[in-house]
Design a protein around this ligand. Structure first.
Ligand code: SF4
Length: 229
């Protein structure tokens, strides 16, 4: 695993759990609003933290932390992800993983080996607009396959969409929601212009609160839990 960062303790990354957060380095998408550019743009990469050092640290946290949250970057592009998670699970930690859904085969293997306790997937845009929003090539059949695997998974999950006003309108969100039939958790993430992969996006905004509330109410007809975060 290329590990670009380690947060030793977090109370907010995995609801209900005290966790460490492992940030994998590298991503196959280039979302301009990404708030972790140092994990996405190779020019900004720093010296990686050794996987063994992370494992050693976690060994000292047994009984103090409940879980490990693996985020990025995009964890599923890491060749040693599965082996890393196996070690973390052996230590007794619950594992949450964030993903952009571009590698369904990895998700499928992790689910079938029961290596995940929670999965959060970003659904970035309606399928025909995906490339425009993430600014990279993508196989949208893979995105749809990941959605389907997660909907069928026997673990808690959430789907999330980052709302940037210039990128997505209400119809886009309704179209995304149609890809998530009977999902039980969908997060509308307000874009915050704090740090972005594309500096031009520092001038972008999310939707006004009222517009977010309106779409939430509409989505709640189909999705049992819709959260604005
Ligand atoms: S937002 Fe996620 S998927 Fe997009 S570039 Fe950043 S890490 Fe990659």
């Amino acid at each position: 695993m290329k590990i670009g960062g380690l947060q030793r303790v977090s109370l907010i990354d995995y609801q209900g759990f005290i966790c460490a957060v492992v940030f994998s380095e590298g991503c196959n998408f280039r979302c301009p609003y990404c708030h972790n550019p140092e994990l996405v743009d190779p020019c900004l990469f720093r010296t990686c933290i050794k996987e063994n050092d992370v494992i050693e640290f976690l060994n000292t946290r047994k009984g103090k932390l409940d879980a490990v949250s693996i985020t990025g970057g995009e964890p599923t592009i890491q060749p040693h992800l599965t082996a890393f998670i196996r070690q973390v699970k052996k230590m007794g930690f619950a594992v949450k993983m964030d993903t952009n859904g571009s590698h369904p085969q990895i998700i499928k293997n992790l689910l079938s080996e029961e290596l995940l306790d929670f999965i959060a997937m970003d659904v970035k845009a309606p399928m025909d607009r995906y490339k425009d929003v993430i600014k990279a090539q993508v196989n949208t059949d893979f995105i749809k396959e990941s959605i389907s695997l997660i909907l069928k998974a026997k673990i808690p999950y959430e789907f999330r969409t980052t709302i940037v006003q210039s990128q997505l309108d209400e119809n886009d969100i309704l179209e995304i929601a149609r890809l998530l039939p009977k999902a039980n958790s969908y997060i509308l993430q307000k874009f915050m212009p704090t740090k972005t992969l594309d500096n031009k996006f520092l001038k972008e905004k999310s939707w006004p609160d009222e517009k977010l509330q309106n779409i939430k109410t509409i989505l709640e007809n189909e999705i049992s839990s819709v959260t604005i975060r």
